[in-house]
Design a protein around this ligand. Sequence first.
Ligand SMILES: [Fe+2]
Length: 338
Amino acid sequence: MFVLSTSRRHDKLYYLLYGGLRIPYRNLSKCFIVVKEMKLYHIITYMKKSLTRRDFLKLLKAAAIDLALLTVGSSGYGLLIAPAQVKIESVRLKLGRLSPAFHGLRIAQVSDIHMGGWMNAERFQHIVNLVISQQPDLLLLTGDFLLGHGFSKNSEQHLQDLINILSPLSRTIPCFATLGNHDYWTNAKAVREMLKASGIRNLTNTVFTISRDNEHLHLCGVDDVWEGEVRLEDVLSQLPDDGAAILLAHEPDFADQSAVTGRFDLQVSGHSHGGQVVLPFVGPPILPYLGQKYPSGIYEIRGMYQYTNRGVGTGRLPVRLNCPPEITIFNLEANSSI
Ligand SMILES: [Fe+2]
């Protein structure tokens, strides 16, 4: 049994629990935390009268996170099993500008591989095998191939692992990609070279058009919104007036800007990981910059669909709870075909 009773030590424990995310409770004058057999119980004995409702809700939320993380840690569920339980999300989308020539097109999306964290070559090969089993016509990869900051010998091996797995895949399924913030934080140039060596078309600030029966579907991409150089005007200038257009943008909250153009039918993104930990009645307590407004699933913004994939990898904390990794399969429908 472990008991803390001072606010200073209380803060320290939270610092350890959250791996760097510190949530101080200045308004608590006395608080006991009991950890017994890896189960955590908060016993709040005294609070200052000045504790606001907002503080109290914050405390409840943090307590819920503690319980979730410690239950995860003690059972091994979140750490060892949940990140491996890939869920295939099938999404039917009727796109207004989609030609009947593309009705029934199956597009797979994989995001946030984060090779080198929880993800390794064996796990990623399993994910690619799942993608192949879905027999998609195309695969979209929406950034964050690597993890963290800086580039090392290990990073070179992680990129080689990606090339070894993605090269045979791209020979059977056309693959398209854009970069994410972690690719910039590690080495964007090396990631671009990995894409090229893997036979994957990099859509950064450009357009690739697929044609069937003289009808067109445009695949577009922008650079990473957080760290890269987004040139949406360049993309629009390359985009013909007719035909459905799908935009790859790593950060989902960019949808507010892309939707305003009125030219894209769908934006696909990753980045948020869905929050990785989703608490009942609370939702994801932690979401990244530019991944907070549209954190997971389907949205409609000014007539444009936004889809945010939860990713297949994890951030530095290899935990997922109530937020399984995801492969998305879009089944596109043309308006006039229904
Ligand atoms: Fe990510």
